[in-house]
Design a protein around this ligand. Structure first.
Ligand SMILES: Nc1nc2c(ncn2[C@@H]2O[C@H](COP(=O)(O)OP(=O)(O)OP(=O)(O)O)[C@@H](O)[C@H]2O)c(=O)[nH]1
Ligand SMILES: [Zn+2]
Length: 359
């Protein structure tokens, strides 16, 4: 019998959610139907409201409920329900800090409880789909014909995707600041976006290799945004590696510290109304940094690199990579001049995220 690859099973429901569809999440005989809040509209909300077998639940992260002032406990994920069924306006207000609602609706009838394992997996799934971490769920509805996934596959997805990376192509690409360069593409088996390794010069894997883990930043890397320092860090790392003879830059598909480009733009909108880069993520219901360095570690292992000199100002990156099994023999500072658009961003990184530089 043809067995569906577990990664592909998750990838199918991700596509369905991103298209605005509903999916079923199941485990050990129980199941729920999920719709991402990003995709809620009047029609699908009305459809879900017609079932009187169980009320619609809104699954939110503890981070979002903290900033709303609704729940100050450290419950990681909660489910909100209401005896009178939630209204679409209330769902929007609770889940999306950019919702256009001017005055908060009444929260009197809300009940809050801990999410169960299935509901918690729905938040993981929304994050993997690069949507807002918020989901509508409903139990026991007789819907067939919707894609189904096991919760345990969602929970293991990041690890499985990282472990599945394989080198799929390699080419010489002379760069402006490093003529002796090659780009190697690594593809996860789920069909997700490739991560890239840019190899500068000739690498000696027996010595600690100069390495930069660069998280994708469309705005900074490609179009020269002044809101961050990514463009300077990307080009700067390549120049440094070339000057010192060799190095590896891993270009990781984890835009916006892992929340995705659309959510990063939402975070920018919040930053323009006064939140800093950390608080904007929390307002959206994310952690301040959602990245995971398993893919980076896997790529380094495939390249035969076990010991690195890591170009970063972020001690959390050093710790994370070490926890993924790569030895960091040295942290190499990677600081570039600020400008009037990013100096506050960099100051907040130093103050709140522990980055080692002074602005
Ligand atoms: N969510 C969010 N992401 C941002 C923001 N500004 C930049 N980013 C993303 O942050 C990531 C850049 O981080 P990095 O430079 O790799 O890492 P770092 O944690 O700053 O540490 P360094 O190694 O010292 O640069 C990219 O994915 C950017 O898209 C922001 O305001 N909000
Ligand atoms: Zn950037």
């Amino acid at each position: 019998m043809y067995m569906l690859d577990p990664l592909i099973e998750v990838d199918r429901v991700i596509s369905e959610l991103r298209r605005g569809g509903m999916v079923r999440v199941e485990q050990s005989g129980s199941s729920i139907v999920m719709l991402a809040v990003d995709a809620v509209d009047a029609d699908n909300f009305k459809f879900l409201s017609q079932f009187d077998t169980s009320p619609i639940g809104l699954v939110l992260t503890g981070t979002r409920l903290n900033v709303l002032g609704i729940d100050q406990s450290d419950r990681p994920i909660s489910v909100l329900t209401s005896a009178h069924n939630l209204s679409l306006e209330l769902v929007e207000f609770l889940a999306n800090p950019l919702s256009v609602l001017m005055s908060p609706p009444s929260l009197d009838d809300l009940n809050i409880r801990d999410a169960n394992a299935l509901e918690a997996s729905c938040i993981t799934l929304a994050k993997l789909s690069r949507l807002l971490p918020a989901a509508l769920v409903i139990q026991d509805v007789p819907m067939t014909d919707i894609p189904t996934v096991k919760a345990s596959l969602i929970d293991d997805y990041m690890k499985n995707a990282a472990n599945s990376l394989t080198q799929v192509s390699q080419a010489r690409v002379p760069l402006e600041n490093a003529e002796d360069a090659q780009v190697i593409a690594f593809r996860p088996r789920d069909g997700g976006i490739e991560h890239l390794a840019i190899i500068i010069g000739k690498i000696d894997p027996l010595k600690p290799v100069l390495v930069r883990l660069h998280s994708e930043c469309f705005t900074g890397d490609l179009v020269g945004s002044l809101r961050c320092d990514c463009g300077s860090q990307l080009r700067g790392a390549i120049s440094e590696m070339s000057k010192s003879g060799s190095g590896i830059l891993l270009y990781l598909a984890q835009e916006g510290r892992g929340i995705g480009l659309v959510n990063k733009l939402r975070a920018y909108q919040l930053q323009d109304s006064g939140f800093d880069t950390v608080d904007a993520n929390l307002q959206l219901g994310f952690d301040s940094d959602e990245r995971n360095y398993l893919p980076a570690a896997q790529m380094l292992q495939i390249l035969g690199i076990h010991q690195v000199r890591l170009m970063t100002n972020n001690p959390a990156k050093v710790d994370s990579l070490q926890r993924c099994g790569i030895e960091v023999s040295e942290r190499v500072p990677h600081i570039y001049p600020s400008n009037k658009h990013n100096d506050e961003y960099l100051r907040v990184k130093a103050k709140k995220s522990g980055h080692l530089f002074e602005i």
